[in-house]
Design a protein around this ligand. Structure first.
Ligand SMILES: [Fe+2]
Length: 394
């Protein structure tokens, strides 16, 4: 086949695919956080987590409503947005919840078709489709509501705003401009190695988990992620239940937690208490290929990780067996390890990244394992209970 016919075949394949499956998710386009002060948050995420502060849309670029900073690392795109007036939705969001995740956006072939299909599947609109751009390229966006006040935006891109262009450093949306930031060179010289969003966890109220699970099943046509520990994980210590939803193409997983009765207050209930009794994103997990490097670098930068009791390492190797990494380094860095029938994983959780005990992050490195570290739950929840006690929320 000539190059031309190959291209045509590809184009036709894309066309057919997009026509037959409008909800095929190509990528996580961006994750938007509403924050109280985007300029300062950009500095925090750049310094603490090694993001490039790449692009800006604010008063200086002609946006009189809000200020947004695009931060990038690997294939992760964080959009930090602050409202510039009291009645901007971001300001209300920050009043209610503190800083937190508003929008997990997906790149699709055709945002309008994806949106229509989602509405047909029972979704409630967050906002109607609209297109911006010119003859050089266009972006179409439309949004639907998921749990709490979180939304999913569908994004389709053409021309200079295409996804490949974006990944190469192209402008994310019309109106944005490239930004020189004092930390960008430092971060290029000292990479943290975060690659992409592995999963994004939602906390919902008691009785809300199955509803949220059904929503992902029906609206976005996700399926329940089956793995060896997919039973409810309610234990004396955990006092939560969780089910994991997976996108069709396996792009991303959405575990959903709800509180359960335990001896003491569930960590999910603590989140809800400080989140205006409203479901929301509890944590996002960033994937790395090298946990020792990434967590070492993040610790060096002052990221505040949960500390597990030293007794954790007296037992963990019996449970996990041999791993590629040097065990002494794993223990020094306080990294958690778990194994399932497919392999093992390394993971670690930050403390909340704002003063409310709400959003935090996870760093995860998978060596075959596709699960979520069930074996660490007991040790982890004991550590979390200590934290809750320190905050007077037990
Ligand atoms: Fe996680």
């Amino acid at each position: 086949m000539t190059t031309e016919t190959t291209k045509q075949a590809e184009a036709t394949a894309v066309e057919v695919f997009s026509n037959t499956d409008p909800l095929h998710l190509i990528d996580v386009d961006y994750v938007r956080l509403y924050v109280g002060n985007a300029k300062q948050s950009a500095f925090y995420y750049a310094y603490a987590f090694g993001f490039q502060v790449s692009q800006i849309d604010d008063l200086t670029t002609g946006n009189r409503m809000e200020a947004s900073y695009l931060l990038t690392q690997g294939n992760i795109r964080l959009m930090l947005t602050t409202g510039l007036s009291a009645d901007h939705p971001a300001q209300r969001h920050v009043n209610m919840f503190g800083d937190g995740v508003k929008d997990i956006a997906f790149t699709v072939f055709d945002a309008e078709k994806a949106y229509k299909r989602a509405l047909d599947n029972g979704a409630v609109s967050a906002y109607e489709p609209y297109t911006v751009g010119d003859e050089n390229g266009k972006v179409t966006r439309a949004g639907i509501k998921t749990y709490g006040e979180v939304i999913h935006t569908f994004v389709s891109r053409t021309g200079c705003f295409g996804l490949p262009e974006l990944k190469q450093g192209g402008i994310v949306f019309p109106g944005f401009e490239m930004l020189e930031h004092p930390l960008n060179q430092f971060n290029l010289d000292n990479p943290c190695g975060l690659k992409f969003l592995d999963h994004c966890v939602g906390n919902v109220a008691l009785g809300g988990m199955d509803k949220a699970v059904e929503w992902y099943e029906n609206v976005l046509e996700f399926s329940m992620f089956k793995h060896f520990d997919d039973d409810d994980i309610s234990t004396e210590y955990s006092a939560l239940m969780s089910k994991v939803m997976s996108s069709g193409g396996g792009l991303i997983k959405f575990p959903i937690n709800e509180p359960a009765e335990g001896k003491r207050k569930s960590q999910i209930q603590e989140y809800l208490d400080w989140h205006s009794d409203t479901p929301g994103v509890q944590h996002m997990a960033f994937r790395t290929d090298d946990a020792i490097h990434s967590i070492g670098e993040l610790r060096r930068r002052g990221v505040n990780f949960l500390r597990l009791p030293d007794t954790y390492y007296e037992l963990v190797w019996d449970r996990v067996g041999d791993i590629e990494e040097e065990k002494k380094l794993i223990q020094e860095l306080g990294i958690l390890v778990d194994r399932d029938d497919q392999g093992y994983l390394l993971q670690l959780f930050t403390r909340p990244v704002q003063d409310r005990p709400t959003l935090f992050f996870e760093i995860i490195c998978r060596r075959g394992s596709q699960s979520f570290g069930k074996g660490n739950f007991k040790a982890l929840f004991e550590a979390l209970e200590l934290e809750q006690e320190r905050r007077g929320n037990f």
